[in-house]
Design a protein around this ligand. Structure first.
Ligand SMILES: Cc1cc2nc3c(=O)[nH]c(=O)nc-3n(C[C@H](O)[C@H](O)[C@H](O)COP(=O)(O)OP(=O)(O)OC[C@H]3O[C@@H](n4cnc5c(N)ncnc54)[C@H](O)[C@@H]3O)c2cc1C
Length: 606
């Protein structure tokens, strides 16, 4: 649990660096993330990080823990872009065995173990079934050898304190067991299957927010809805960024010794528009997306199914001949992916067209006919851009870039004071952040200790045994008349910091049962949701209705969501943030538009 005493992290900083961190000691995990643009403009930071996807968030946390002063700017909400559109898998790197990249397999296994340790409430084991066919690259023998190698590579990471989160070894199963787990698999040449264990994020948005909160508690300054528009330069040296407040248009300048460009698909836009230098010559992106289906196709297991189209991974020494798609259980639904489209996509238009959606549905139904996915089953489409090798052929296969890039523009382009990072996996963000901060410290000539993000806990992650913790804590609030299921949901998503949300139960404004009394007025949200919304606004910088509905709460997934529900939440936010009627209506329509997917929003009269 969070304490009001000196943070363990601050103590660790003293231990590692032999000195106190630059900023005042802060209570562990108890510092709300405050948007203070004046502080941003008035201070001089070691680093300003542009972009707060998972890479920017981890860079900020790593740097702040090592005693650097950090500002983070995000043009939208934290994690609104690529980082909230993943398949939610923290990969142990099994697939890199086909590239014979054992070092990366080991690193991925380690990172998976780290995530399960630092955020035990949000990252959980998940068994994957890959069916085996014949005796070649999809055969039992090859998969058995791969499982053995994988187990050997991960030997050092297997021991966890919580047996619920210790990953068992992989194993080969019989045809019968395979059929039992996934009835309806293609029988042609089926010989059985390989079961291996990986990890899944139950709430990747909260994980990212947890990293933001941890970084903030270690002294990093954050501002969402602030867009960097240019670099502050003196000759060939960058001294910070020009920016503007997206909500008011107010310009500001942030001074820093080093700018870290962590803009994901906007990496080249950020650099190209400002100084004409960047990795743009060799960096292109392609579109990728997953589908969320409103039912669980295979409960308890993720399964791999081979696409019918031929595909050759140009880096694989053993090609499987087709893409392997995964159908994963997530909440009470299924996440299916990942589709890759060979298009020179622009980050502002990574949405998926009807034709692309239908094309992928056909591909999945072809690969696993019992899925019988129809358009009406799709509750959300998660799309984003991924670094890919440039392709001259618009109908050709997408070859994804396999490795992250850290570009030091001083050595590559002669521009001092700016470093770009281009990540390829959510899973690797913490590790890459460590490398970025190592480089940053060298560039600003500051001595720092080793990275500590693999040993600290993400905000809410101080839990030894999750099952016991949830059971005990859920039993502690019976006298408050809270329903068990939403309470458990809060405990699981906020982990050891969930009581910070409950505090707002006693701090709610008196809302009338029907919020505005009009004919189509909304009932006030349930008390626990009201508390969560207040917590989101006062502690986690939620400034728009989309911030609350899409990222701070699980509202989007727990019940059919209609306009009346959005209105109830918007009215509560309006009281806190002093919105006009016009603003309330705009927030509701923006949120309705953001809830993509034919089944995402039940139609109710406004
Ligand atoms: C469909 C899909 C499925 C995936 N599945 C997985 C998976 O299961 N497991 C896995 O490990 N990885 C997965 N990935 C990869 C993973 O999502 C990415 O590697 C990771 O999220 C990239 O994070 P990022 O921080 O670099 O980028 P982003 O999350 O895109 O963050 C960049 C941020 O920079 C901000 N920004 C841009 N320009 C500016 C500016 N001028 N000023 C201020 N802010 C700015 C943007 O608003 C954005 O929020 C998947 C990716 C996709 C697309």
């Amino acid at each position: 649990m969070g304490t009001d005493g000196l943070s363990h992290v601050e103590e660790a900083v003293r231990g590692v660096c032999g000195c106190a961190a630059r900023r005042e000691p802060v209570p562990s995990g108890n510092v709300p993330v405050r948007r203070n643009l004046k502080e941003l403009s008035d201070s001089h930071f070691d680093l300003v990080v542009v972009g707060c996807g998972i890479y920017g968030a981890f860079i900020a946390w790593d740097a702040a823990l090592r005693g650097l002063s950090v500002a983070v700017l995000e043009k939208g909400d934290f994690g609104h872009a690529t980082s909230s559109n993943t398949l939610r898998v923290i990969h142990g790197g099994f697939r890199y065995l086909q590239h014979a990249d054992i070092a990366r397999v080991r690193r991925s296994i380690r990172e998976r173990a780290v995530f399960m340790h630092i955020a035990p409430h949000l990252v959980h084991p998940l068994p994957f079934l890959i069916p085996t066919y014949g005796h070649r690259t999809r055969g039992r023998e090859v998969l058995a050898a791969a499982l053995l190698l994988n187990d050997l590579a991960g030997v050092a990471c297997r021991n966890g304190r919580d047996p619920e989160r210790t990953l068992p070894r992989g194993r080969i199963i019989s045809k019968e067991e395979c059929r039992r787990i996934a009835p309806g698999l293609d029988e042609n040449g089926l010989t059985g299957g390989a079961i291996l264990y990986d990890a899944q994020m139950s709430d990747s948005e909260r994980l990212l927010l947890g990293v933001v909160r941890s970084a903030s508690s270690s002294g990093a300054e954050f501002a969402n809805y602030v867009q960097a528009t240019g670099l502050l330069r003196k000759g060939d040296t960058v001294r910070g960024v020009k920016a503007h407040d997206v909500l008011t248009g107010t310009p500001l300048e942030i001074q820093a010794r080093l700018v870290i460009n962590a803009c994901g698909p906007w990496t080249t836009t950020m650099l190209g528009a400002t100084c004409g230098h960047g990795p743009q010559r060799s960096l292109t992106f392609s579109k990728a997306f997953n589908l969320l289906i409103n039912r669980q196709l295979i409960p308890g297991h993720a399964i791999g199914v081979y696409g019918k189209r031929r595909f050759a991974d140009s880096d694989a020494i053993l090609s499987k001949g087709a893409r392997l798609f995964f159908i994963t259980p997530w909440r009470d639904r299924s996440l299916i992916g990942t589709a890759h489209l060979p298009c020179a996509a622009n980050p502002e238009s990574s949405g998926v067209s009807d034709a692309e959606l239908i094309g992928f549905i056909d591909e999945i139904n072809g690969a696993f006919p019992p899925a019988r996915v129809g358009l009406q089953d799709v509750s959300a489409v998660f799309s984003g851009l991924l670094p890919a090798a440039p392709s001259g052929n618009p109908d050709g296969d997408v070859q994804l870039v396999k490795r992250h890039r850290i570009v030091d523009h001083e050595t590559e382009h002669g521009v001092r004071g700016v470093v770009s990072v281009v990540g390829v996996k959510f899973t690797e963000a913490r590790y890459v952040a460590e490398k970025v901060v190592d480089l940053a410290a060298r560039r600003i000539d500051k001595e720092v200790g080793p990275s500590m993000t693999s040993k600290a806990h993400v905000h809410g992650g101080r839990i030894e045994r999750l099952g016991d913790f949830v059971g005990q804590e859920a039993g502690c609030h019976q006298d408050r008349g809270l329903s068990r299921a939403p309470l458990e949901d809060i405990i699981r998503r906020y982990g050891s910091e969930y009581r910070r949300v409950l505090r707002y139960l006693d701090d709610r404004p008196a809302l009338p049962r029907r919020c505005d009394g009009g004919e189509n007025s909304a009932a006030g949200p349930p008390p626990l949701l009201q508390a969560e919304i207040l917590h989101a606004i006062r502690e986690e910088m939620a400034l728009k209705l989309t911030d609350v509905v899409l990222r701070r709460t699980s509202l989007r997934w727990t019940a059919p969501l209609g306009i009346v529900d959005l209105k109830a939440c918007a009215l509560l936010m309006a009281r806190e943030l002093h919105w006009t009627h016009q603003r309330i209506n705009r927030e509701i329509s923006d949120t309705a538009a953001a809830l993509t997917g034919p089944a995402a929003l039940t139609t109710q009269p406004v």
